[in-house]
Design a protein around this ligand. Sequence first.
Ligand code: NAP
Length: 332
Amino acid sequence: MMIRIGIYGATGYTGFELIKLLQRHPQAKIVFATARSAAGQKLSDIFPTTLDLPLTSAEEVDLSTVDLVFCCLPHGVTAPTAQKALAAGVKVIDLSADFRLHNPTDYEHWYGKAHAAPELLAKAVYGLPEIHRKSIKKAQLIANPGCYPTGIILALHPLVQAGLLAETTVIADSKSGVSGAGRSLSLKTHFSETHENFSAYNIGHSHRHIAEMEQETGLKIIFSPHLLPVIRGILSTIYITTKPEVDLATLRQAYNVFAEEPFFKLLPEGKLPELRHVVETNLCVLGIQAIADTPNRFILVVVEDNLIKGASGQAVQNMNLLFDLDERLGLL
Ligand SMILES: NC(=O)c1ccc[n+]([C@@H]2O[C@H](COP(=O)([O-])OP(=O)(O)OC[C@H]3O[C@@H](n4cnc5c(N)ncnc54)[C@H](OP(=O)(O)O)[C@@H]3O)[C@@H](O)[C@H]2O)c1
C-alpha cells in the first residue's frame, strides 16, 4: 500500500523536513506540495534538493488524489484548510496549534482570536503517540504537538500518572534552536541577533505552548523559554518536588510505562542527555538528577530535535499509526 500524501506549506522548515523524511519512507508517495510565495516554482528552486517537486498554490490542489494531508502552515491558516480536506474525506495531520486545545475558549485566550472551526476540536486527537496511541489510530484529524510541549509532557506525564508529585506547579526552563521560530524573517532570529547570544523570551506564564502542556499534564507550568544560538534541538530542564516517600528509584520506575517506546529513552542513573544525542533523530531522551541533601526535589533534563520529534518526525510517527504501519517506518 502506498499512502498518497499532500503537504501544505512545503517551503517552511517543518514542510521541508517532512519531505526529507517521506522520501525515505517505503510506503509514502507525495502527490502534491503547496507553497504561498513560491507557488509555480519547484522545491529544488527553494532548497538544495534534487527533488523536482512542483509547488502549487493551496487553491489548485485536487483533494481526491490523496489519502492524507499534512498542514505545515501557521496557526489560524490551518483550520479552514483542514476543514476542506476533512470534508473531502481526507485525513489530516496538522503541525500547527489550531487543533491542539480541546476548548475553543482556551484557543481564543492563548491565540488571541476565535477559532475558525470550533466544531472540529472535539474530533481532533492530540498526536503524542506515547500517550494517545489508541485514539491516534482511529483519528481523522491529528493535532501534532508543539515542539516544547513534546519533551516536557513526555517527561512529566508518567510522574503525574503514578501520583508521585507533591506540588501541582512545575518549573520548566527550555532552550531552543532558532529553527523553532520557522523560516520567515524576523528581527529576533537574524544571525547577528542570535549568534554568540543567549536570551530568554515570553517567560513566566505567557508562552502559548503552556496551554497544551497544562491540558495534557493537569499541572500548572511556569515556563521559561530561551533562544539558543544553534539551528535545531531543544533542551528542557524541569524542576519537580515529589511526595516525601518518593526516592530516585521510585521516580525512575514510573518511566517503565515507556519501556517499549521506540522513540523515548531514559538514560541510566548519573547520565544527562545533550542536544547532540537527538539532533536529526526522532528520539526524546530524558535524564534524572537527584539533588544532594535536598530530598524530594529532582531535576529532569529532556532533549529532542524540534523539527523531528518536535514536529515532522512525530507527524510521520502519527501517519504510521493512522495507516496501521510499523510506527518506526521511515524514522530509523
Ligand atoms: N519550526 C518548528 O520547530 C516547529 C515545531 C513544531 C510545530 N511547528 C508549527 O508548524 C507550523 C509550520 O512551522 P514552520 O516552522 O515550518 O514555519 P515556516 O518555516 O514559517 O513555514 C510556513 C509555511 O507556511 C506558508 N505560509 C505562511 N503563511 C501562509 C499563509 N498565510 N497562507 C498560506 N501559506 C502560508 C509559508 O509559505 P511562504 O514561504 O510563502 O511564507 C511556508 O511554506 C507552524 O504552525 C509552527 O508553529 C513548528
